[in-house]
Design a protein around this ligand. Sequence first.
Ligand code: NOJ
Length: 584
Amino acid sequence: MTITEHPETTPKWWKEATIYQIYPASFKDSNNDGWGDLKGITSKLQYLKDLGVDAVWVCPFYDSPQQDMGYDIANYEKVWPTYGTNEECFELINKTHELGMKFITDLVINHCSADHEWFKESRSSKTNPKRDWFFWRPPKGYDSEGRPIPPNNWKSFFGGPAWSFDETTNEFFLRLFASRQPDLNWENDECRKAIYESAIGYWLDHGVDGFRIDTAGLYSKRPGMPDSPIFDLNSDLQHPNWGSHNGPRIHEFHKEIRRFIVDRVKDGREIMTVGEVAHGNDNALYTSASRGEMSEVFSFRHVDTGASEFFRYNAVPFTLKEWKQAIADNFLFINGTDTWSTIYLENHDQPRSITRFGDDSPKYRILSGKLLAMLECSLTGTLYLYQGQEIGQINFKDWPIEKYEDVDVRTNYNIIKEKHGENSNEMQKFYEGIALLSRDHARTPMQWSAETPNAGFCAPDAQPWYFLNESYKNGINVADELDNKDSVLNFWKKAMKARKENKNVMVYGYDFEFIDLDSDKLFSFTKQFEDKTLFAAFNFSGDMVDVKSPKEGASLSLILGNYDDVDASSTVLRPWEGRLYYVQ
Ligand code: NOJ
């Protein structure tokens, strides 16, 4: 195929950018109160520029009671005081721009916090004008002990029922996530307008270049919100996706958001949006340029590989083949269309990728970390890098349950404890699951140096809001990684540079084809751009593995390898070795 048959290759800043994700609580504390803050981020912008990233996405920094680490917003137009002031945020946006980078903010509009004024008004009485801005329903009935029964059998994404009972009016409100994270009613026109104005308009007026749209597939609930069919036979409550994901009006809502953005921005800025849509087959609809919804989406299949579909902390075995196919799911749909997608292995909801998909033992951490960097840099789609990933961070080890912080872990721990007891097999399995899969692995403070006890995240005598991963003592920190020419960090720089220099085929390459898809050790493929062919061969094992040539007698020229003494002509890959070539 020729490039004219590939509208996905139309260049855009947001397709080529490498976007670095910042979790503000844990990035850099500038005032030693133990919490990261906006000034801390500003102080590290030059580090990010030097790393070679083009944009930052900062997770929610808005006013919030922090039941879900800022994804429960009490005021879209105000910075959480612990993170700083609105002026400090505008300064951060300006400084980001001065360094030639873009600024992307998080847009959390499926729900807000129970502390938001809109919800306070709504809950105050059944006749309040904002009552219909949220989903209020009477109990289905009362159980034998007089406790109200939720209106339907939907389960919260964090476990337990998706409804909270409110005694002010003796009704339940829908909340697909935490108990104080009420879902906004997108069917209500006034409510939608208020969301756009407050959460989007305000920040567009203050210069942001894009939005990462939280839970972007959930706004259109199944009409009437009926009971879900039973998918999980072992549970009374059923996964909320059936009633909430990719609902009947979801594309209409996204078109409306895009129109709002286009109408609002008068200075020619091209605003990008990236929607978190998890599962489903709507990615091409969401991201088709001609439809005018979102620029790109995050889907979850590859990060959900190895977790049970009914419970994310139930770790299950998986094959490399399954994972390869799941990764390809991210971008295969864009081939020959006007759509686009993303490449990521980590974010604030995922554990560390080296532990999950590489080998985090001292012997192979660096090599497998570099291999994952190469894999990501060679795939088509917008590349996302999560804080700490660049230093080859790994999961923390052997932490007792008391050290886990995430509301998702805490809620499920309490449910399992109540149902099965603390010493049950179920609890044991849960402990194994969270050791591998908890979101907390991504949320420990950033490790800037080997300084004890706070790794340069805050002063040694300050008390960080969350425990540090002990790995900072073993060379996994920015200062040590910068010093070591063979570090994961220095390799990320090299790999991102190679991606930029060869962006046609690395960022925009099309007609992706696996080589030896069935192999459980080799991850290998080709893709094209005009007359160029990229050939990648990655060994996902500690064994020696044969390279399979992409075509008989092909001559290969090396672009990048993760071994120092790479032998480009060798037909054998050493443990966790990867090579990228042009095929001549
Ligand atoms: C997805 C966010 O990434 C996650 O951190 C949050 O808990 C849920 N949405 C609810 O907002």
